[in-house]
Design a binder for this molecule. Structure first.
Ligand code: COA
Length: 192
């Protein structure tokens, strides 16, 4: 565990760290993140500030951005990116009362499975009962309520596209420097 970095303000359920939870070598857990109730985190992950991982399993080499909300019942593969403010839901009909809901039902049979190499954009909401396939991409702000197959781009509202080739994908997009440039862009793209 020598190269694990846990920020002093992060809350790791230490009893659980020894007895139930595990954090893999090379993983970094930043400010005010919580890893609780038997959650496991693989090796070389980065868990950003404010993320809460409660009773779920994260694989190796994952990047978890700020403020992830993840209760019990989720299984995340290796090399998965989860953007800021993503919410995983495990109760399809939530009520304050516990009648009809038992998080233990998800032990060995998760509410949601995210396969290796998938990415989930900022603010996405993942509803219970879905599988997100390997290498899939979930758009920022999408609500995922059905399976997304391997290699698919899920845009939200049920629209799915194929990720045919990622080579040459433009990841950096800068704001336009001045108004005339912005106007020209809007005209080119039919934006009023
Ligand atoms: C969905 C996404 C992957 C699409 O990437 P892309 O294919 O390169 O996007 P483009 O800008 O070429 O847009 C393609 C189409 O998707 C639409 N679109 C883009 N982002 C969208 C989103 N988040 N939700 C719904 N539709 C979106 C565009 O309007 C466009 O629609 P059109 O084909 O009908 O004109 C990207 O916009 C996105 O949401 N990335 C996640 C960003 C993020 O959360 N990063 C993590 C934090 S840094």
């Amino acid at each position: 565990m020598s190269d694990i970095m846990i920020h002093p303000t992060a809350f790791i359920h230490y009893k659980a760290l020894v007895t139930e939870s595990r954090v893999g070598a090379g993983t970094k857990i930043w400010q005010f993140a919580s890893v609780i109730r038997g959650a496991t985190i693989g090796a070389r992950c980065n868990i950003a500030s404010g993320a809460c991982i409660d009773g779920s399993d994260i694989g190796d080499d994952c990047v978890i951005a700020h403020n992830l909300a993840m209760g019990p019942g989720f299984k995340i593969g290796n090399g998965v990116f989860i953007g800021p403010n993503v919410t995983f839901c495990n109760d399809a009909w939530p009520r304050a009362g516990k009648d009809g809901f038992d998080a233990d039902a998800y032990i060995g049979s998760p509410a949601v499975i995210v396969e290796d190499g998938a990415s989930i954009g900022a603010n996405a909401v993942i509803l219970p009962g879905v599988r997100i396939g390997s290498g899939a991409m979930i758009a920022a702000g999408a609500v995922v309520r059905a399976d997304v197959r391997a290699g698919e781009l899920y845009m939200g509202r049920g629209e799915v596209r194929k990720i045919s080739d990622e080579t040459g994908r433009i990841r950096i997009r800068r704001a336009r420097a001045d108004e005339s440039e912005a106007r020209a862009f809007a005209e080119d793209h039919g934006i009023e």
